[in-house]
Design a binder for this molecule. Structure first.
Ligand SMILES: Nc1nc2c(ncn2[C@@H]2O[C@H](COP(=O)(O)OP(=O)(O)OP(=O)(O)O)[C@@H](O)[C@H]2O)c(=O)[nH]1
Ligand SMILES: [Mg+2]
Length: 213
């Protein structure tokens, strides 16, 4: 008796993320011209929330995106082209909202992010990362508003879930979900993750694949 084995969607997604990766860093003042045929998913969130760590975990490559204890490490857009057979691009965005950020950096961030987000047909989804210990802050609402206005659909992703108790994670997930439901461009499902334990990583890979079709 032979049984047809349905492909495991987690395994399929893992394979798509494990191909060759090339890296392109935006230079200041560069126009971020999209490649018409390469779809993008952008990682946004407060400084130090864990954007770069999550990209490393998703692609299973330590040190691909630079991580740091110093908030504000990533100040440009970093593009990671994931290779065969499905080509897509992960975009590591500069973090927002770190204390003591000089005004000119904040202004630069706004210009950069606004320029990048608006009218970019290849940008299929943004992942807005929220620290599970803190929940959504006003500064996160600012970027959610930008995304709502630019009609870029986004997924709210909780990070550093390993740092809190399961009951606290359940509470912050519910609160985040409630807020997401009121947002026109937000996906209703919240994805709790940890780059330490790997929680939610398979789910997040599937969300990315889903977004790029
Ligand atoms: N415990 C724990 N620590 C994490 C996790 N994700 C990231 N970190 C730590 O948080 C710090 C910041 O992580 P990054 O990935 O550099 O954060 P970022 O959002 O890219 O920061 P910027 O580039 O400054 O905007 C690092 O010290 C990471 O090791 C996680 O899931 N769990
Ligand atoms: Mg970073």
């Amino acid at each position: 008796m032979s049984e047809e084995q349905a492909p495991d969607p987690d395994e399929t997604a893992r394979k798509l993320f494990s191909g060759p990766i090339s890296f392109l860093k935006s230079a200041p003042g560069l126009q971020f011209l999209p490649d018409a045929d390469v779809l993008e998913v952008a990682f946004a969130g407060r400084s130090n929330v864990g954007k770069s760590s999550l990209i490393n975990k998703l692609t299973n490559r330590n040190g691909l995106a630079r991580t740091s204890n110093t908030p504000g490490r990533t100040q440009e857009l970093n593009f990671f082209d994931v290779g065969e057979p499905l080509r897509f691009r992960l975009v590591d965005m500069p973090g927002y909202g770190f204390a003591k950020a000089p005004k000119d950096i904040v202004r630069k961030w706004r210009y950069l992010v606004n320029d990048y987000l608006r009218g970019r047909p290849v940008l299929k989804r943004a992942l807005v990362l929220i620290d599970a210990r803190h929940g959504i802050k006003d500064i996160d609402r600012e970027i959610m508003k930008m995304l709502d206005e630019a009609a870029v659909s986004y997924h709210l992703v909780l990070t550093k879930a390993d740092k809190i108790k399961a009951s606290e994670l359940a509470a912050v997930t519910a609160a985040t979900e409630e807020e997401a439901r009121k947002r026109p461009a937000a996906h209703p499902d919240i994805i709790p993750t940890s780059s330490e334990t790997g929680l939610g990583i398979d789910q997040l890979r599937k969300a990315v694949i889903d977004a790029i079709g």
